[in-house]
Structure formats: structure tokens, C-alpha cells
Design a protein around this ligand. Structure first.
Ligand SMILES: [Zn+2]
Length: 412
């Protein structure tokens, strides 16, 4: 696909699409304050009986009781967590989120906005330390004092109590809060490859700290594989692909860690340790990159386009390690070239030079065997080529990668 069409539109479209679709994760923003998406709110208000506890509709009587409890709690200076616990202790079956919702909705003005959150990294450090001190037998007040002495941060005893009792944790909503929590795996390498190619990593809202990482494409098997890998990397369910305009599918996750790792221009030194971890990781990265940016033409030429020559050179180096030689990078289209976008029906100028690399003819079979494509139409075209040229004889088609590159990898 044309790099420039892609690089010109994806941000706005992705953002527009993101704002239209149901937000897949609720309350994953800093600290897990209440962030109901419109659709969640709708479901919540309609109360779609019984599938999830959090969506159960309260009876009027129950609602009155909850509001009364919140009112009393607020007067006593309780947080919503404590109010919820009290309600629960009195036998009331209500979700914490419901209490949180009404707490802020009704009393936001009176209790004031929540204070600024500490950066997640710091909260995690303090959390770990508080737990250690607690284990060593310190009381909440002494923990608070020690932390204030050590870090100059005043934590409320309620926060420390919540942490120690396991009711809250700064890891909530972000099992992988920072780059340091990412572990090398073929799935992560695949994600890096896709995002380094045609995907994106953006900060959608600097103040609330929302970070999104995703990609768009028309091939469902590719988008599903990308989603599966994102889920695996972040230790959660795979995000659901969403159809957007022009028959494209969009998938994204919110993740600061992945944003930090993958914001563009890609920092090769940052991604290196995840890619060069082992042979599998290298191959996964390359497959992700070629799924995203590569193509096979009618003559069986395996081409890959990108504006970032450093990245292309790195890809070449990795291919070489697998014994696959390439040519280039050569310039494909110069900055300022006037082109015509068929989809939009208008002319536009290239903003950056576009470069390409080719896999040398004699190494196509190696590429087919060691890297290949998840995208069926690309893989098929490549397979036809290697078959027609007598390169692939006795071997069954694509034995190495039945559906997913990773099925063959047992442990990592
Ligand atoms: Zn590895």
C-alpha cells in the first residue's frame, strides 16, 4: 500500500474511529477514576439484566439506599471505597463502580475533584515499598511517615490501607504499566513489527495521559493476529477489531508502555532487545513488519516500503542474519512528488521520501520459509511463485506456519 496515503490519514481516522466505537477498557486511565464510555453508560443505565454484576439495575429502593449511604459517607469524609465496604457489610449487593459513579456524580462539587495523580511509575514504587514495610510489621501511619521522609510524598492512610489490603493497586488497569514490565516474546516482536511498519502509537490526550497503539488493514487474519498478540503482550483479552471506512479494520489498545516503546520515529536501540532476544523473536518482528509494509507483486517480487531508511537498514540486517539478502534501500518516490489518491479523488504531495528494499531472487524461498506472511493473499502469491519456479517441491505448503507463526513455539 502507498506509504503516503497511509501516513497522511491514519491519525485522524484512527482517532475519529476510536471516539465512535465503544471503548474496550473502562477505567484504565491514570488511577482508574471513573471513566464510563457513552456505551457503557447506556448499558449501565438500561441495566441489561444479569450478564455482569456491574450492569445490574438497582431497584429504586436500592438506589435510594446507596445515595443515602453516600450522603452520610461524604459528610463523614469517607471515600467511595469505604462507603461501598460499609454498604456491603450491611448486606447490600452493589458494585464498587456504581458507588464510585454516584459518589462523583452527586458530590463532585461538594467533595471537590480528585487530586492530581502521581505518575504511575512513582505510585508503583511507593506501593512496592509500602507493602514491604507492612510485611516488616509497620503500621499505616508509620509507613506514611517513612514514605514522606524518603520521597517527600504524603500519602493518605486510606490509600496505604487499600494497598496493603489488596483493595487497590497502582497496577490496576495497567498490568504492563511501563516498558520495564514488557517481556520479550514473539508476540511482542510481532506487535513491534506491525507498529514499526504501518501501525501507529499516539498520545490522544496529553492531560489525561491516554496512549493508543494500533493498526488498520483490510486483511482480517492479519488484524486478528495483531489483536491476539496485543492481548498476549498486555496480559488481557485481545482487543476487538472494528470495521471503519473503505472496508478497513481497526484495532487498538490503550497502553502507555507500548506507546513509550513504539512512538515514532521508532527508536531502534529501544526495540532492539525485544527483537534480538532469540531467533523466534527476530522472525516474528520481520513477519509483523512485512505483514504491515511488505508486498508481493505479480512477478513474485517481495518489496517493502518505508520512509525511515534507518529502520529499513535494520530490517535488512535482521534478514541477513537469517541468510536472506536484500537490495536497496532505493528511493521510490521523492518528497514533493505530486501523486493522485484514487480513494479520495484528489492530488497530494508526498511529504517524505519513500524508500524500498527487495528480497534477492535467490533468497525468496528462505524468506517464504523463515518469515512469510500472515496475510493470506500475500503468502499465496509468494507460494505460487516459489512453486512455479520449482523452488518448493516435496514440502507441503507452509508447513512451518499453519495459521500462526507462534503455534510451533511451545515455550518462550
Ligand atoms: Zn525471543
Amino acid at each position: 500500500m502507498s506509504r503516503d496515503v497511509a501516513s497522511r490519514v491514519p491519525q485522524q481516522i484512527a482517532e475519529a474511529a476510536c471516539s465512535l466505537v465503544a471503548t474496550p477498557i473502562v477505567g484504565q486511565g491514570a488511577g482508574g477514576g471513573l471513566q464510563l464510555s457513552p456505551s457503557d453508560k447506556a448499558t449501565w443505565l438500561q441495566g441489561e439484566g444479569g450478564v455482569k454484576k456491574t450492569q445490574r439495575r438497582l431497584t429504586l429502593e436500592e438506589k435510594a439506599k446507596v445515595l443515602e449511604a453516600i450522603k452520610i459517607g461524604v459528610e463523614r469524609g469517607y471515600g467511595y471505597g469505604r462507603i461501598w465496604k460499609t454498604l456491603k457489610a450491611s448486606g447490600m449487593d452493589v458494585s464498587k463502580r456504581t458507588v464510585e459513579y454516584w459518589y462523583y456524580k452527586k458530590y463532585r462539587g461538594k467533595v471537590g475533584r480528585r487530586g492530581e495523580y502521581l505518575p504511575r511509575e512513582l505510585r508503583i514504587r511507593l506501593y512496592e515499598e509500602a507493602l514491604k514495610m507492612r510485611k516488616a510489621g509497620l503500621g499505616y501511619k508509620r509507613i506514611r511517615k517513612r514514605i514522606e521522609e524518603l520521597h517527600g510524598v504524603k500519602l493518605s492512610p486510606a490509600v496505604i490501607a487499600d494497598w496493603c489490603s489488596g483493595a487497590h493497586s497502582p497496577y490496576n488497569g495497567a498490568r504492563i504499566p511501563t516498558i520495564d514490565h514488557l517481556k520479550p516474546s514473539p508476540e511482542l516482536a510481532y506487535v513491534i513489527g506491525v507498529v514499526a511498519g504501518d501501525g501507529w502509537a499516539v498520545k490522544t490526550n496529553a492531560r489525561s495521559g491516554e496512549y493508543r497503539v494500533g493498526a488498520r488493514a483490510k486483511d482480517i487474519e492479519f488484524i486478528e493476529e495483531f489483536a491476539r498478540c496485543l492481548g498476549k503482550v498486555l496480559g488481557r483479552e485481545p482487543p476487538r477489531p472494528v470495521p471503519v471506512e473503505d472496508g478497513l479494520l481497526l484495532v487498538y489498545v490503550r497502553s502507555r508502555a507500548l506507546y513509550q516503546l513504539l512512538q515514532k520515529p521508532i527508536d531502534i536501540d529501544r526495540i532492539r532487545r525485544f527483537i534480538e532476544h532469540c531467533e523466534d523473536c527476530k522472525r516474528s518482528f520481520l513477519r509483523g513488519f512485512y505483514d504491515s509494509e511488505g508486498s508481493v507483486d505479480n512477478e513474485g517480487k517481495i518489496r517493502c516500503l518505508n520512509t525511515d531508511t534507518r529502520l529499513l537498514r535494520y530490517v535488512q540486517k535482521l534478514l541477513k542474519l537469517l541468510g536472506i539478502e536484500t537490495t536497496g534501500p532505493k528511493i521510490s518516490a521523492r518528497k514533493g512528488t505530486l501523486l493522485f489518491d484514487k480513494k479520495l479523488g484528489e492530488a497530494y504531495k508526498k511529504r517524505k521520501n519513500v524508500y524500498y528494499i527487495y528480497v534477492k531472487a535467490r533468497d525468496k524461498l528462505k524468506f517464504y520459509k523463515l518469515v512469510g506472511f500472515t496475510i493470506r493473499r500475500k503468502q499465496q502469491r509468494l507460494e505460487e511463485y516459489v512453486r512455479c519456479h520449482g523452488l518448493l517441491e516435496d514440502e507441503p505448503p507452509n508447513q512451518l506456519f499453519p495459521n500462526s507463526l507462534f503455534h510451533s513455539i511451545r515455550s518462550h
